[in-house]
Design a protein around this ligand. Structure first.
Ligand SMILES: Cc1ncc(COP(=O)(O)O)c(C=O)c1O
Length: 386
């Protein structure tokens, strides 16, 4: 277990030192990778180590889970094989017939899973404008709704949902609240301290931060029946992370705070630069005062508004795709939250039924020089219009 700190240290220090663990045997400050799949049973037939088999738990997961729990202000965390494995475990912990609310604007692959597998399995899913509290009040069914799923800022329009207010409404109806906080990261928002019950991350993104690990996490505010079912789902369905990936993830989390700070500063600068640009119809970024969710974002985000923004290119889909075709520094690729800046024509990915306009480019700002990123986008826009 991590040592108790004699005095409260800031989250950035917790992350940098990964809770300050030192290997007891070797005094190493970087942890080992435990590859063993099984653990020795005591001669008297007991398992006093608490470990039996590595699908149930693995010491290589412990430190990353403990760091995340500390950063989120929660009770416990679980690592999963991907963000999707983590998110779907939260829904699988419900029973057929249960009603859930999900946002219209959300990570598209989870939306597809909810529309397909979850619905076939018997969950009743309503997609609503989660940013509108009146709509949440209308849609939530007391005693029937079991989970309200929030994503904020939500992919890829960066819609902001007020976590505290939505949690109040959900809890009054007896529903739990889970937040996909992937794009905010624990640096900018702690959903559990705002009243949510579960927080989910695609750790593939900011938590790892280097575009070289697929991973997911869930963190709970308190122990309870829902969390115990989620634990059992991971152990029994087996969607666990590999040990090397867990080790890499912990290594990535050590630099979470400076990476997110750099991404926020870059995104704010890029958003402000292109806000009134003649080639851009709209810039969607929670850090802009003109953005619809800016006030709510200010209430629940601290330290910045994230590294994600979207631009709508004048000239429609063709102009957007031509702009992406001409970037040199930005990488044309899906995903987000890595040290390198990525650009993506999002409608091409999401296909029919997506709320994403066809002129939209999603930008994930990395930690490069922000001026270089501005210049590259400027030249790409100019070439697309030439
Ligand atoms: C907001 C959000 N949630 C969940 C996921 C799914 O995570 P993963 O790709 O790690 O399964 C993603 C991936 O892009 C995401 O952006």
């Amino acid at each position: 277990m991590p040592p108790d700190h004699p005095h409260r240290i800031k989250p950035a220090s917790i992350a940098a030192q990964a809770l300050g663990w030192v290997d007891e045997q070797t005094k190493a400050i970087a942890p080992p990778i435990h590859t063993s799949t099984t653990y020795l049973r005591d001669a008297d037939n007991q398992y006093r180590s608490g470990r039996i088999y590595a699908r149930d738990n693995n010491p290589t997961f412990d430190q990353a889970e403990a760091v995340l729990t500390a950063l989120e202000g929660g009770h416990a965390s679980l690592l999963f094989a991907s963000g999707m494995a983590a998110a779907t475990a939260a829904f699988q912990a419900l029973a057929p017939g249960d009603h859930v609310l999900a946002p219209n604007v959300m990570y598209w692959s989870l939306r597809n899973w909810l529309r397909g597998f979850a619905t076939q399995w018997g969950l009743r899913v309503d997609f609503i404008d989660m940013a509108n509290p009146d709509e949440v009040r209308r849609a939530v069914r007391p005693g029937v709704s079991k989970l309200v799923w929030i994503e904020t800022p939500a992919n890829p329009l960066w819609t902001i949902t007020d976590i505290a207010l939505t949690s109040e409404i959900a809890h009054a109806a007896g529903a739990a609240v889970a937040v996909d906080s992937t794009t905010a990261s624990p640096v900018l928002t702690q959903p559990l301290t705002l009243g949510a019950d579960i927080v989910m991350h695609s750790a593939t993104k900011y938590l790892n931060g280097h575009s070289d690990v697929i991973a997911g996490t869930l963190t709970t505010r308190e122990d309870g029946a829902l969390w115990q079912r989620i634990r059992a789902i991971r152990a029994q369905s087996g969607g666990i992370l590999g040990t090397f990936e867990a080790w890499l993830l912990l290594r990535g989390m050590r630099t979470l705070f400076p990476r997110v700070a750099a991404a926020c500063a870059g995104a704010q600068r890029i958003a402000e630069h292109f806000e009134r640009h003649p080639a851009i119809a709209d810039v969607l970024y929670p850090g802009l005062e003109a953005f619809a969710g800016h006030a709510a974002a200010r209430r629940q985000m601290s330290g910045g508004f994230g590294g994600m923004l979207s631009i709508r290119v004048r000239g429609g889909e063709a102009a957007a795709i031509a702009t992406a075709a001409n970037v040199e520094l930005w990488k044309r690729a899906t995903s987000l939250g890595g040290v390198e800046s990525l650009m993506e024509h999002r409608a091409s990915v999401e296909g029919a039924g997506s709320p994403v306009p066809s002129d939209l480019l999603r930008l994930s700002v990395g930690i490069e020089d922000a001026g270089d990123l501005v210049d590259d986008l400027e030249q790409a826009l100019a070439q697309a219009r030439a």
